[in-house]
Ligand binder design. Structure first.
Ligand code: NAP
Length: 267
């Protein structure tokens, strides 16, 4: 869509954000739904200034990424219960000059698992950061048996305690039905890295790598070689982005295959 005097400015704030696919995803969504808006990446090392800019410019939708997902909460007028529980906001919607915070990652995770039963399954989560917390929160709601493996063991224990999960010292301590990578290990440009380099996968397992760049991570290649099932980080990413626009419009919008195709082409 060609911009004009009525084009809304939406922002992505974080640091660094040069690699983000959010501007492209939102461009696809806006074009498909005839939304006269553009989402620009605003790399910022001063969150106070960024929030001031959002207010001054009246930015209706702001996507928030690392390192501001937690710290931005203190700047908001309201915070949705999911975001409050996770202690992390990835979306700010501005209505009548008030800033409202949401976390759409849980919806993204639920969508990624739409064809995979997690109830009573043994699920191993690699990592204990923000993405791990969101997925553990979802798994807890779905009554999965959750195991956490993290470099910083203390952080693993804090997360495990909040969700009645178990901390493990190595992946082989349990038989995992599902393994989730919620670390950046394997993300471009370090595509030669795997969070589980020596792990023997089997065909009954399912691997969800939250990383979506590269298209297929080394961890996923290892899993594929054993005929394990894969869940794509792109599905989560697309669904969380769609919910951001749904919050803006206050209506549901369909998930079209074209969104994934466009992002895959761009990777
Ligand atoms: P985060 O809060 O910074 O947490 C990173 C986690 O990875 C921490 O547990 C950290 O362990 C661990 N880690 C980092 N570097 C490591 C290393 N060299 N060796 C071992 N462990 C390491 O980041 P996040 O927001 O949770 O994001 C994690 C990943 O999820 C990223 O790759 C991100 O792109 C992806 N993600 C994807 C989506 C999506 O829509 N698909 C959404 C959100 C995030 P310590 O605690 O020991 O530091």
């Amino acid at each position: 869509m060609i911009s004009n005097a009525k084009t809304q400015l939406h922002l992505l704030i974080g640091q660094p954000i040069g690699h983000s696919l959010s501007p492209l995803l939102h461009q696809c969504l806006y074009a498909n739904h005839k939304i006269n808006a553009v989402l620009l990446a605003h790399e910022s090392n001063d969150l106070t200034q960024s929030v001031e800019a959002i207010k001054t410019l009246g930015v209706p939708l702001t996507a928030v990424t690392l390192p501001y997902k937690e710290t931005v909460i203190s700047f908001l007028d309201t915070c949705h219960k999911d975001a409050k529980r996770l202690g992390a906001v990835n979306t700010i919607i501005q209505r009548d000059g008030k800033l409202h915070g949401y976390n759409t990652d849980i919806t993204g995770i639920a969508y990624a698992f739409r064809n995979t039963e997690v109830k009573h399954k043994n699920v191993l989560v690699l990592g204990a950061g923000g993405a791990a917390r969101a997925v553990v929160d979802y798994l807890h709601q779905q009554q999965a048996h959750i195991y956490i493996l993290n470099r910083n063991v203390e952080k693993a224990h804090v997360l495990a305690q909040a969700y009645q999960a178990t901390v493990v010292a190595q992946a082989t301590d349990i038989h995992a039905d599902i393994i989730i990578n919620a670390t950046p290990l394997g993300m471009a440009p370090h595509t030669e890295v795997s969070p589980l380099p020596d792990y023997q996968f089997d065909a009954h397992q399912c691997v969800f790598d939250m990383i979506y760049n590269p298209k297929v991570t080394l961890l996923q290649k290892q899993a594929l070689a054993a005929n394990a099932k894969l869940i794509s980080g792109l599905d989560m990413f697309i669904r969380q982005g769609i919910q951001q626009v749904e919050l803006l419009l206050d209506k549901t919008i369909p998930i079209l295959p074209a969104y994934k195709n466009t992002l895959v082409e761009a990777l």
